[in-house]
Design a protein around this ligand. Sequence first.
Ligand code: DLL
Length: 433
Amino acid sequence: MRYFNEHEETMSRDEMHALQSERLVETVNRAYEKVAPYRAKMDAAGVSPDDIKSVDDLAKLPFTAKQDLRDNYPYGMTAVPMSEVVRIHASSGTTGKQTVVTYTQHDLDVWAECVARVLTAAGATNEDIVQVCYGYSMFTGGLGAHCGAEKLGCAVIPASTGNTARQIMMMQDFGSTVLCCTPSYALYMYEYMRDNNIPIDSIHLKYGIFGAEPWSDKMRAQLEENLHIKATDIYGLSEVCGPGVAFSCSEGNGLHVNEDHFIIEVVDPKTGMPQPDGVPGEICFTCIDKEAMPLIRYNTHDISALHHEKCSCGRTLVRMDRITGRSDDMLIIRGVNVFPSQIESVLLSSGNVDPRYLIVVDRKGTLDEIEIKVEINAAQFTDQIRGLEELQLKIKKNIESVLGIAAKITLVEPGTIERSVGKTQHVIDNRKI
Ligand code: DLL
């Protein structure tokens, strides 16, 4: 089976234009009517739903940002009564509150189909046994991959994250043929097997569905060679639905976007003007088939470029390049999104710390590591060692509970962190991916 939904994945560009236009007009009308923040934004921009007649009018609409979702926390962007909402997910906000996403049953069905398309493009069928090692939580990775694999009729193992020895034992005993996790965790699993003399032929993987963090062609080659699999790139973000917004195909020509559900634009970060094919910019999505939370021109801050020519895999769906970076300061540490501003607010709420800190990110072996160097204030510095140790532990615990990541905390003397005359540099990212 080459496609999960051959008609949608291979329709002509004219057909796609017509389908997107019809869905866009309906979405804009509904968003205007049901979601006060969209109405307010459109009114302020002097655009009415009547101005939107086709996809060609998309650029008339104002952008939506993460901040809009935060400002309307938790349900202000939801277009249906809560009686129609059947699932709630969330992802990190820049500080404090999370970004909440709501789904109706229809939204979950569409999402599952998008993931089923990814699995099919990877080579999987209903004969496969899929081990999902993305987190099952507010994060969309676990349940997203899970429901897509079920939709395809696979046998799904909801392994979730952690306990590598047990993950490998499950792969061996249950005969997993598809592995869904972050690319760095897949590499870590390989190293774990190698270091513990577990032969690769004791597991039976055929395909890997890797995403949630940037990775390179080099990593793909390494994963394919080490684990004896074919690796597929899966892209997505919670605000749009979760994993399954775009996916790589057998041709390795970038990632096909499920355009019948999500219109993608690439815009110049400075001017907001749409970029021509091949020119990188910020990716924005408009969700044209979502009931609970329609999104209009949502700026992801991921950087990529588009290619509209037909792919030799037969799909006509537009392709985006592998994500090369972000235009904002969001870091992805072991698949978890982290904003430096979140770290700053945790530090400041821990007491006795000045807002002087440096976040150092590294990749030791295959996994990301984060160290936060925190400058303590002079009063605290004269204190006893015990007090410092307590403070260090308190910060570590607070970071772990708020951000969900383990960080090394190093307290440094007052005046140690370099002062800058311009924009303070809070992050040093030494990872070479
Ligand atoms: O990471 C959804 C997901 C789960 C995707 C599992 C793939 C697999 P968020 O936590 O909202 O959602 O993070 C979204 O992660 O804007 C990108 O910066 C980054 N990202 C996701 N997939 C990829 C990928 C999930 N394949 C943010 N390549 C996005 C590069 C990716 N970056």
